[in-house]
Design a binder for this molecule. Structure first.
Ligand SMILES: NC(=O)c1ccc[n+]([C@@H]2O[C@H](COP(=O)([O-])OP(=O)(O)OC[C@H]3O[C@@H](n4cnc5c(N)ncnc54)[C@H](OP(=O)(O)O)[C@@H]3O)[C@@H](O)[C@H]2O)c1
Length: 325
């Protein structure tokens, strides 16, 4: 099979597509013929050794994708050869075949193409867990989403609107704001041309949002936190801007705020049944037509570095997908 191989940690252009032996499933495992794989910000961190989970070298990167089950190992009965699936792994998706524990796949929603299904498992699951379990977002509340056109941000906008919140999308360009509005945001703030805290205040008549969803961090974190309403919840999702912010603890004290950490990958290990229930609810939303991954650019496996450049240059909107099969 052809696969993108990371032999030595380094930037996207350092890694090549090579031929590797086809994988064979062990007990409890399956092999999937990959049709499409989605690129996520953590993939860029992992290939450079900067992510919180690092596979041993050499490894094939790529966390999420979709395809058709090609083989099953001993003891696998829930999945059959020929099933169309979406999968989530730590690595291995940027290849023509991936070997996975059988519990790491979901049925592919029939409403979605392989490219759309490839971008379903990680972003929606992260954002749904963040909004539902961590923030306990309620209908009628106001949700401010930073990085609102990015992978997890776009999913948070869609889900927030479906959950009955008023969604304010904040992003780095007017084009991204328009994209977030198409996902259900009712208002938008371009934070490269506006003061975030003042703009949020103006849009909420001074009250502030109830929940902030922050996958960006850096210099946006503090104004976003300061904009929150009394009793608000600030969701720590990630640090795409690079800097991990430090927050003075008098800020949560003064407004009765909660700073809430979100690590979806770890929650899956702690509460697999809860995660499975969330997936069931997300698949029902897909079948009702309420959510749908937006694939805005597709690249071949050989164009991996160009695909990564779209993300690192902040041009990505929705999902960037590698067409593998
Ligand atoms: N906590 C969890 O369980 C979990 C799960 C998945 C992902 N994450 C984290 O969430 C973050 C976003 O992931 P993603 O896959 O959604 O990424 P993404 O699609 O690249 O979106 C990140 C957004 O951050 C903004 N940004 C600001 N400065 C940036 C920079 N220097 N480089 C790139 N983007 C920058 C961009 O929006 P603007 O241009 O509009 O500012 C971009 O749209 C990452 O830190 C990732 O590790 C966390």
């Amino acid at each position: 099979m052809r696969a993108l191989l990371v032999e030595k940690l380094g930037p996207p252009a350092a890694h090549r597509v090579v031929d590797l032996p086809d994988p064979v499933p062990g007990p409890g495992e399956i092999v999937v013929d990959v049709k499409a794989a989605a690129l996520n910000f953590p993939d860029l961190l992992m290939i450079q050794g900067d992510y919180q989970v690092q596979p041993d070298l050499p490894f094939v990167p790529g966390a999420e994708g979709s395809g058709i089950v090609a083989a099953t190992g001993a003891g696998v009965d829930a999945v059959r050869v020929g099933d169309e699936v979406a999968f989530l792994s730590v690595s291995g998706a940027f290849a023509e075949m991936v070997q996975l524990p059988a519990f790491r796949v979901l049925p592919k929603a029939p409403e979605l193409s392989f490219a759309e299904a490839a971008g379903f498992t990680l972003t929606y699951a992260t954002s749904y867990y963040a909004l539902r379990q961590r923030a306990q977002l309620r209908p009628g509340e106001t949700l401010l989403v930073l990085g609102a056109a990015g992978g997890v941000g776009a999913a948070a906008v869609e889900l927030g609107a479906v959950m009955g919140a008023r969604v304010i999308a904040a992003a780095g360009s007017d084009e991204k704001i328009d994209f977030a509005r198409s996902l259900g945001a009712s208002d938008g703030i371009n934070y490269t041309t506006n003061d975030l805290k003042e703009a949020v205040r103006a849009l909420t008549n001074g009250a502030g949002p109830d929940v902030v969803y922050d996958p960006v961090g850096g210099s946006l974190a503090e104004p976003a936190l300061r904009s929150l309403a009394w009793g608000g919840r600030y969701l720590v999702i990630g640090f795409a801007a690079g800097d991990i912010p430090s927050i003075r603890l008098n800020l949560p004290l003064l407004k009765g705020l909660s700073i809430v950490g979100v690590y979806w990958g770890s929650w899956v290990e702690h509460d697999p049944a809860g995660n499975a229930a969330n997936y069931g609810e997300l698949l029902a939303m897909v079948s009702r037509g309420e959510i749908r991954p937006r694939v805005t650019a597709t690249y071949s496996l050989d164009e991996f570095a160009q695909a990564c450049e779209v993300i690192s240059a902040r041009r990505a909107m929705g999902k960037i997908v590698l067409d593998v099969g």
